[in-house]
Ligand binder design. Structure first.
Ligand SMILES: NC(=O)c1ccc[n+]([C@@H]2O[C@H](COP(=O)([O-])OP(=O)(O)OC[C@H]3O[C@@H](n4cnc5c(N)ncnc54)[C@H](O)[C@@H]3O)[C@@H](O)[C@H]2O)c1
Length: 274
């Protein structure tokens, strides 16, 4: 987008961490921000803070895995701000564990929030962004876990690769129009992601403060989410497709591609293909 001033953004998971970092950066740039989050009190606190700092912000409760709720949030965004230009599919939860060991409730939870949450966001908001003819942008938050697979995180990796796949598909589909598409692939960022269990819905077993607790120790030294928010704003203005927060991770992606290329080398000489 050439100019974001006066434009409207909807951010899922905007009550905390990276989503709140985006909300702060967008408000500072003169955008109107609608936060959609499952956590009511932090969401309201975030809006109060944004407004106290001169921002234009509002919020709507939403569970991104609930399709009807996401469509209702889209309607609330239009009712509040008239239009929507930027969609940030950012809400996500972290479940650690090997694919064969993570129980089916946690599998369903992480897939329904991290993958279906993005699908619901696209289906509810993209037609609205496309309807007014002005330029727009979609940013979906994947992870470095959507670029390389971390051991012991099968379900999380699977959902984050899916977010990269959906984003790259959108990039192809909107190559020639005025919709920009970015996929955000953060490394470690100092947020509450290690406390994802605080938001596990009743249907998956309810809140569980023990989920991911071991990872929590790594995060205080990690990147400030406000920095990531500013990066996202910069990426929207420059129409940057891939947003990486840790340039040192390049070597891990290169190593993955090296292993994939070795698979093609093998196929070149594979007896079955001769
Ligand atoms: N923090 C990191 O190191 C890191 C690294 C890579 C990717 N990410 C991704 O960044 C995104 C944001 O996470 P964060 O690190 O800011 O964590 P966070 O826990 O601080 O923020 C996540 C937000 O999402 C909300 N949320 C959770 N479930 C929801 C649901 N069902 N519906 C609506 N909102 C819901 C939470 O209430 C919270 O406000 C996630 O997609 C996460 O996977 C984080």
């Amino acid at each position: 987008m050439q100019d974001v001033k006066g434009k409207v953004a909807f951010i899922t998971g905007g009550a905390s961490g990276i989503g709140l970092g985006m909300a702060r950066a967008f408000c500072q740039a003169g955008m109107h921000v609608m936060i959609g989050d499952i956590e009511q009190a932090p969401m309201e606190k975030a809006v109060t803070e944004l407004k106290e700092n001169g921002g234009s912000a509002a919020c709507v409760p939403v569970d991104v895995s609930d399709r009807e709720a996401v469509f209702a949030a889209a309607k609330a965004t239009i009712d509040t701000f008239g239009k929507v230009h930027v969609l940030c599919n950012n809400a996500g939860v972290l479940v650690d564990g090997r694919s064969e060991k993570v129980d089916v409730d946690n599998w369903n939870w992480v897939v329904n929030v991290n993958l279906w949450g993005v699908v619901n966001g696209l289906q509810a908001f993209l037609p609205l962004i496309r309807s007014h003819g002005e330029e727009g942008h979609v940013v979906s938050t994947a992870s470095m876990a959507g670029m390389v697979n971390f051991r012991g995180s099968g379900p999380y990796n699977a959902t984050k690769f899916s977010v990269v796949a959906l984003s790259e598909t959108l990039m192809e589909e909107h190559k020639k129009d005025n919709l920009g598409v970015s996929v955000l692939c953060p490394g470690a960022v100092n947020t509450k992601i290690a406390e994802s269990g605080r938001n596990r819905q009743g249907e998956y077993g309810g809140t569980d403060d023990s989920i991911n607790a071991p990872m929590a120790a790594l995060l205080p030294d990690a990147l400030d989410p406000n920095t990531v928010g500013r990066q996202v704003l910069e990426a929207i203005l420059e129409d940057q497709p891939y947003i990486f927060t840790d340039p040192r991770s390049r070597r891990h992606v290169a190593e993955r591609f090296r292993r994939i290329a070795a698979g093609f080398d093998w196929a070149d000489n594979c007896k079955a293909l001769k």
